[in-house]
Design a binder for this molecule. Structure first.
Ligand code: IPM
Ligand code: MN
Length: 362
């Protein structure tokens, strides 16, 4: 039987509670579709840092490279100064494992309330492909004359052609396989570049030229669009149905995907994949550790379940992934009263059970 080795990083706060529920759905999918998940858990996070001062030790990083995928709960601890765990664990894993794609679906499921009036699951259904290892996240810059009135701070948006090109190519391929036409809900697959060519005339000029050159030469079947990032935010609220696959740099991708998450019903539903197409990828609910809800059994685990679903897709278990997504839709559409923590009408583990039962039943 096909066996996948999965590293599970439950992490901090409500991370462990939601990861357990994702595992239920994954296990149900594995037994129904005939594969095995061999899981190894790592205690990375705030508690370990407080005890040992370690964030992501080299030895763990080396072990992580050998897995087929990583499932992460959440990182972030109220007793640890902001930045330490994010940089030490999340960003370090991204950079060291070269997870240069961040894939974030913005998909409204049935029964989920969106703050956008008159829009439903047919209108809010697109993905953002965020470049994930470059731009301002490269960390290039510094402070001079610190503490004086002439203090200068520089943090540069750095991209090379290789970084831009590998991200764009991945996005074009994604659009070809998963765009609206490929999904049977439209007559063309569209990739839209989100940039700021009117001000960032170096960085987004590079992106824009590469986008059209690659598109014209290798992806003539994919329709190309362009939005300035500020306008994109406006259209994400006003006309989300225009979007299919969006591709953008790291910082803009970070910002627009939080906006996208709110339009799909909030952080309790939003999942992301940190993908290295040639290596090991990491899947996570993007909502954070929500420490105030820890241990109460009231947090919504569906974002973690959706992260698990993305992981199955990445592993090539398309049928299993589709079954998990159907399970989630059934639960949002016919069971939960609300998606908000404490207002679901079910506990965290009951929601996990509902999805797992739906997946097992088919
Ligand atoms: C995200 C987060 C991270 C980011 C932080 C925690 C470093 O906001 O995954 O979107 O900015 O990328
Ligand atoms: Mn973010």
């Amino acid at each position: 039987m096909k066996t996948y080795r999965i590293a599970v990083l439950p992490g901090d706060g409500t991370g462990p509670e939601v990861v357990v529920e994702a595992e239920k759905a994954l296990d149900a999918a594995a037994s129904r579709f005939g594969f095995q998940l061999d899981k190894t858990s790592y205690d990375l996070g705030g508690e370990r840092y407080k005890k040992t001062g370690e964030t992501l030790p080299d030895s763990v990083l080396e072990e992580l490279r050998s897995f087929d995928a990583i499932l992460l709960g959440a990182i972030g601890h109220p007793d640890v100064k902001p930045g330490i765990l994010e940089k030490g664990i999340l960003l370090r894993a991204r950079f060291e494992l070269d997870q240069y794609i961040n894939l974030r679906p913005v998909r409204l499921y049935p029964g989920v309330e969106t703050p956008i009036k008159d829009k439903g699951p047919n209108e809010i259904d697109y993905v953002v492909v965020r470049e994930h290892t470059g731009g301002v996240y490269t960390g290039s810059g510094g402070i001079s004359l610190k503490g004086t009135p002439n203090e200068v701070a520089v943090q540069s948006m750095v991209y090379n052609r290789h970084q831009v090109e590998r991200c764009l190519r991945w996005a074009f391929e994604y659009a070809r396989r998963h765009g609206r036409k490929a999904r049977g809900v439209g007559d063309r697959n569209t990739l839209a570049l989100v940039g700021k060519t009117n001000v960032l005339t170096y960085v987004y000029d590079l992106w824009e030229r590469a986008f059209h050159e690659i598109g014209e030469k290798d992806y003539p079947d994919i329709h190309r669009d362009y939005y300035h990032v500020d306008a994109c935010c406006m259209w994400m609220v006003k006309s989300p149905e225009w979007f299919d696959v969006l591709v953008t740099g790291n910082m803009f991708g970070d910002i627009i995907t939080d906006l996208g998450a709110m339009t799909q019903g909030g952080m309790g539903l939003a999942a992301g994949g940190n993908i290295n197409p040639e290596g090991v990828s990491m899947f996570e609910p993007i909502g954070g550790s929500a420490p105030k809800y820890t241990g109460q059994g009231i947090i919504n685990p569906l974002a973690a379940v959706c992260a698990g679903q993305m992981m199955l897709e990445d592993l090539g278990e398309q049928e299993a992934a589709a079954a998990v997504e159907e399970g989630v839709k059934l639960v949002t559409g016919t069971k939960l009263k609300s998606m908000a923590a404490g207002q679901m009408g079910y506990s965290t583990s009951e929601v996990g059970d509902l999805v797992a039962e739906a997946v097992a039943r088919g």
